[in-house]
Design a protein around this ligand. Structure first.
Ligand SMILES: Cc1cc2nc3c(=O)[nH]c(=O)nc-3n(C[C@H](O)[C@H](O)[C@H](O)COP(=O)(O)OP(=O)(O)OC[C@H]3O[C@@H](n4cnc5c(N)ncnc54)[C@H](O)[C@@H]3O)c2cc1C
Length: 432
């Protein structure tokens, strides 16, 4: 193996692979280091993969990639202990080309994406942990792998190491340590079920898929969401909540997942399924304010390592792919100038600011803190909405006007009109 490459990429997730593939196609010598046995072996995601940003990296990937089901329906369930208030959108347009989104299993998808990068000329080294960066004065000049003779020099290093981001900290781009209100903990189980059963239970045509996001009781009222996604012959079931909420409530994520699985609205969907895999992972959810310095002399940071996750829309892989692509394009432009100094890598931040990636994070920048500080959005409001629906839909000879008044009385006893108006206004300011 050559000891010097033009570009070294740490991490073979969507961010690192999008960067490596783009660079390799442009004829750049690029090496990718992955600590797992193969790309995807350590990676988890719900996982919904969005077509548009993926196509920017591999056009018409849906003809060859190992995908589970095209998502034709998205449902949102607001859970209380016994009930679910539901909202959904189903569209047959999403069932065919060019599609909108797919469910995927990362162990298969990442491996396939890595094969595309290798076919384009990238060198992939698995089972290798990069432990440190090599420096010359204030410039990163390569990486140090955790094994004999493991130094590899590079003109520029792309950090795509995911949520733990230890090298990003070592590069001085991010502060050390974990901030519990900037990280969510997620656990996920893959539950095998025959495909016909999945289609029956979720009311799907053959081969089509749907997603359910669950709020409220699904997370015991904590800031976060739970999910159920349909794969070909399994379901991905998981829950993710802000670490600070978990610590405050002294709960552990596994209990939350069991709580979700035993909910009367969820249990019938999973009945008879066989648990195949159980995984846990961190999700960086600090939002725009937590995005670190994105470049330095000879180094760029992408994807989860750069906190590029939109927790409100449960998007992460698309931000990772896009940041990997933009990092590669920045490097190609800097290469023309023959220098990977911070000044020549600075357009990377600009490109992210101009893309949906930082525009969306900026839009929701106050949301994580707001919902963490106002848990009644996940507890009281679902409960009140559910009680209102129960009252209104119970046919018991009570005139509808009286029912309306009863509901109003119950709601305003729990939260005054002034508080409700303030909540609506704040909600609009944070989310609008
Ligand atoms: C439960 C869960 C559900 C999710 N659901 C969705 C979803 O439905 N849709 C969506 O878009 N996003 C989702 N996300 C977020 C999404 O998974 C991430 O945003 C995305 O994977 C980030 O990609 P990445 O390439 O930056 O990092 P990762 O995918 O984490 O990849 C980082 C890679 O770097 C490797 N690595 C780390 N350190 C080193 C090192 N020192 N040396 C060598 N290799 C190293 C790791 O093994 C890994 O392969 C979900 C996340 C979780 C946890």
């Amino acid at each position: 193996m050559a000891e010097r490459f033009e570009v070294a990429v740490v991490g073979a997730g969507p961010a690192g692979l999008a960067a490596a593939l783009t660079l390799a196609r442009a004829g750049v010598e690029v090496i990718i280091f992955e600590r797992g046995e193969h790309p995807g072996s350590k990676n988890i995601m719900g996982g919904v993969l969005y077509r548009h940003p993926t196509e920017a990296v591999v056009p018409e990937f849906y003809h060859q990639a190992p995908l589970e089901r095209p998502v034709v329906e998205q449902r949102l369930w607001l859970l209380t202990a016994e009930a679910a208030l539901t909202l959904g959108y189903k569209d047959q347009v999403f069932a065919g080309e060019p599609y909108n989104a797919f469910t995927v299993l990362r162990a298969r998808f990442d491996r396939w994406l890595a094969e595309q990068a290798v076919a384009a000329g990238a060198v992939l080294i698995n089972e290798t942990v990069i432990e440190d960066l090599l420096w010359k004065e204030d410039r990163v000049i390569g990486v140090r792998a955790g094994r004999e003779g493991g130094d590899v020099r590079a003109g520029v290093v792309i950090l795509a190491e995911g949520a733990n981001s230890l090298l990003t900290q070592k590069a001085g781009l991010k502060r050390d340590g974990i901030s519990t209100n900037q990280l969510a903990v997620a656990v996920k189980e893959i539950i095998a079920l025959p495909r016909e059963k999945i289609e029956d239970r979720f009311n799907l045509e053959e081969g089509q898929g749907c997603t359910i996001e669950l709020l409220g009781e699904a997370t015991k009222g904590m800031m976060g969401t739970a999910f159920i996604y349909t794969n070909k012959d399994s379901l991905s079931v998981g829950v993710g909540v802000l670490l600070s909420s978990l610590v405050r409530r002294r709960l552990n994520p596994n209990d939350l997942l069991e709580h979700l699985k035993s909910h009367p609205m969820v249990r019938p969907l999973l009945a008879g399924g066989e648990s195949k895999e159980y995984q846990g992972h961190l999700i960086p959810e600090g939002g725009y304010q937590a995005v670190p310095q994105l470049y330095g002399n000879g180094v760029l940071v992408t994807g989860d390592a750069a906190m590029l996750v939109n927790g409100i829309h449960r998007e992460g892989a698309n931000l990772a792919l896009t940041s990997g692509l933009l990092a590669a394009q920045t490097i190609l432009a800097a290469r023309e100038k023959g220098d990977y100094s911070a000044a020549n890598l600075a357009p990377y931040r600009q490109a992210l600011e101009e893309s949906f990636v930082l525009k969306d994070l900026r839009k929701y920048q106050r949301a994580p803190f707001f919902f963490d500080q106002n848990p009644h959005f996940f507890t009281l409001y679902p409960e009140l909405l559910s009680r209102a629906a129960r009252e209104f839909l119970t046919v018991d000879n009570v005139p509808k006007r009286e029912k309306q008044n009863r509901i109003l009385r119950e709601v305003t006893a729990a939260r005054s009109r002034f508080q409700i108006a303030r909540d609506l206004y704040s909600f609009w300011r944070v989310m609008g």
